[in-house]
Design a protein. Structure first.
Lengths: 233, 429
């Protein structure tokens, strides 16, 4: 009995020593990979920041209205955001490679799935960014056109355009990620349909006069004096 | 040399059959065939009476003008092309007519490029451009435009008109004073439908690689004028007469006019910055005839709506204006926008500062440039409302003094624009 216990303990001790002897080199390799990754990520981020500053991306972003949205969301400038993203994505990649060296059962499969998923995440982020830029550009164009045409409540038009494009971009991004496809499609249809129905009802019930005036103007029967501006040239 | 590749075979054939000429008159495209015919008639009459010995040609840039269903304009001394009805001295030579046909109305830039190419191929010494849209065009106008370019060796001839005091307010409050202060030459009507030029300037412009640029496509006359001013060509102004306003509904709306003219001016500031950044003061141009005239009949305008659109614009466009203007200027504008209609005034100092900040922001592309120019529209309405209210009873001489004071204010604040122009962009992070 005593001998059996001692032998068991000895076996466990040998196993532990053997495991540690096998694990330690892998741990060192992982730490090295993570440290190299940190350096590579830092260099990549730094290089990207320099290139983006040279190409004046912040000016383009400011022009497209994306910077304003970033400020509203308390995020840094576009250059900084992209540089930091590259830093973290690169380092995360190296960390995952390092972790996979450890050879922990089950972890390998999860990591490879995560890597396969990354391109879709990138595309979804790109769709969201382009949607954001387009929404800002078009909503600003609509706001300026409404204000200059003397249309009442110009922000309604501007926000409607922004809202529709945002919804569309978010739906497309979620579709790309493959998250709850049916739910997203149904939600989009409901939100979009409800908005259009709401507008139709609001215009039909609340905007009878507006509709009449618009038709009169279109058909040239308006009795109201037309707004006349002094000749600019 | 003219780039002949964009000229149609038919046009080249017509030009080759003409040979060489001394003078060329270009008639720009217009929607109505009758107005084109009337303009062609006046041009022909003018050439017959005033340039008897010269070889002349008329080129009509035709964008598929529509035949009017109404009565034809018979207000001339004779029908177009009917030489027998013309009175006085008539030309000793044949007047050649050339038509440059396009499918649909060509842009003003393309029309001018066609005229310049034709002028180059025909080796015309002087060339005038007239618009059928101007209802008051007369034979004398054409002759007055052509004479300085042909006989007095001027390279660019700008028109001067007699106008109502509340007509041409964009030109009076923005385009003329700003151009004068920055380019240092007092040219009143840079954005006009009629002007003339020498073959020297014509060839210079023809060889410039800017014809694809939107400001040149929409307002080629302003680009040509500024090119002449900044490249040491001889420029002058000639008084033509009264320019009546176009009928209601004719021509582009205010937003489009500002996009074309102010957008073009800001673009010209950028492309010719070496010519104006260091220049100080302004000089008058040689002028033939009176230095323009102002009439003061009453005119009905909906001022209350104009003021309302200014207030709405300042309120709704706050975030956009914030990225264009300095905080102090924006605060001042927001301050005056809260005043009531009767006490509202848009001070000249603020107007000039604001415009210079718009120009600098355009240069630095703080937002999309077309959006930037559109954001100016409500502010322009505010300035015009203030102008109309302040000077409703002013005489013609008072108006001239007001205009001169505004020009001086633009000149006084020019260093501010230079400073803003040269400063780097501040991107908020």
């Amino acid at each position: 009995m005593r001998v059996t216990i001692v032998q068991g303990l000895e076996q466990a001790y040998y196993n532990l020593v053997h495991m540690i002897a096998e694990f330690l080199p892998r741990l060192v390799v992982m730490v090295v990979i993570i440290l190299v990754g940190l350096l590579a990520a830092y260099l990549l981020g730094h290089m990207l920041r320099a290139v983006l500053r040279l190409t004046k991306l912040d000016r383009v972003s400011e022009d497209a209205g994306a910077s304003r949205v970033l400020r509203m969301a308390d995020l840094p400038s576009m250059t900084e955001l992209l540089s930091r993203s590259i830093f973290w994505i690169t380092w995360l990649g190296f960390i995952l490679i390092g972790v996979s060296v450890l050879g922990v059962a089950g972890l390998q499969e999860q990591i490879s799935r995560l890597f396969r998923f990354l391109p879709e995440v990138f595309i979804a982020m790109l769709i969201l960014f382009l949607g954001l830029v387009l929404a800002n550009f078009l909503s600003r164009a609509a706001l300026l056109a409404s204000v200059n045409a003397g249309i009442r409540s110009p922000k309604i038009w501007s926000w409607s355009i922004r809202f529709v494009i945002w919804i569309l971009a978010i739906s497309m991004a979620l579709e790309e990620l493959g998250l709850a496809r049916q739910t997203v499609l149904a939600a989009f249809s409901i939100v979009f349909g409800a908005s259009m129905l709401g507008l139709a009802i609001a215009f039909g019930l609340g905007g009878q006069d507006l509709a009449r005036r618009a038709l009169e103007r279109y058909l040239g029967n308006s009795t109201k004096e037309k707004y006349k501006e002094p000749q600019p040239l | 040399m003219a780039d002949e590749t964009f000229l149609s075979d038919d046009l080249l054939r017509q030009l080759m059959s003409v040979g060489e000429v001394d003078l060329l008159v270009g008639i720009l495209s217009h929607r109505s065939a009758n107005t084109v015919r009337r303009a062609a008639h006046y041009v022909e009459k003018s050439l017959q009476q005033n340039f008897v010995r010269q070889r002349v040609a008329i080129i009509s840039v035709d964008g598929g003008a529509v035949e009017d269903s109404g009565s034809e304009d018979h207000s001339g001394d004779g029908q177009p092309g009917n030489n027998s009805n013309s009175k006085g001295i008539t030309s000793l030579r044949t007047i050649h007519r050339v038509t440059a046909a396009f499918n649909g109305a060509p842009s003003p830039g393309l029309a001018l490029r066609t005229i310049l190419s034709a002028s180059d191929l025909l080796r015309a010494r002087g060339c005038a451009v007239v618009s059928p849209a101007t209802s008051s065009t007369s034979p004398e106008w054409v002759a007055n435009l052509l004479r300085p370019a042909f006989r007095d060796s001027f390279d660019f001839v700008a028109p001067l008109y007699s106008r109502h005091k509340f007509q041409g307010l964009l030109a009076r409050n923005l385009l003329y004073p700003m151009t004068r202060a920055l380019f240092g030459r007092r040219i009143r009507e840079l954005y006009s439908d009629e002007w003339a030029f020498s073959n020297r300037l014509g060839n210079f412009c023809l060889n410039e690689d800017v014809w694809h640029e939107e400001p040149v496509r929409s307002r080629p006359e302003a680009w040509m004028g500024i090119s002449a001013l900044t490249s040491d060509f001889r420029c002058c102004q000639v008084y033509l007469g009264e320019k009546p306003p176009p009928p209601d509904g004719a021509g582009p709306d205010l937003v489009e006019v500002l996009r074309q003219t102010v957008g073009s001016l800001f673009w010209l500031l950028e492309t010719h910055q070496q010519a104006w950044l260091e220049r100080k003061g302004s000089e008058p141009l040689p002028t033939f005839g009176p230095d323009h005239a102002v009439t003061a009949e009453s005119m009905e305008l909906n001022r209350a709506r104009m003021f309302e659109m200014f207030q709405t614009g300042v309120k709704e466009l706050g975030p956009i204006l914030e990225s264009i203007l300095s905080p102090e200027t924006l605060a001042s504008i927001q301050g005056i926008a809260t005043l009531d209609q009767h006490s509202f005034r848009f001070p000249s100092e603020l107007w000039v500062t604001m415009l210079y900040e718009f120009a600098a922001s355009y240069h630095h592309s703080v937002i999309n440039r077309d959006h930037l120019v559109q954001a100016l529209v409500p502010l322009y309405r505010g300035k015009i409302y203030s102008f109309l209210t302040e000077f409703s009873e002013a005489s013609a001489s008072d108006m001239e003094a007001v205009s001169e004071n505004l020009c001086m204010e633009f000149e006084r604040q020019k260093p501010y624009l230079t400073e803003k122009w040269k400063a780097g962009i501040e991107v908020k992070s």
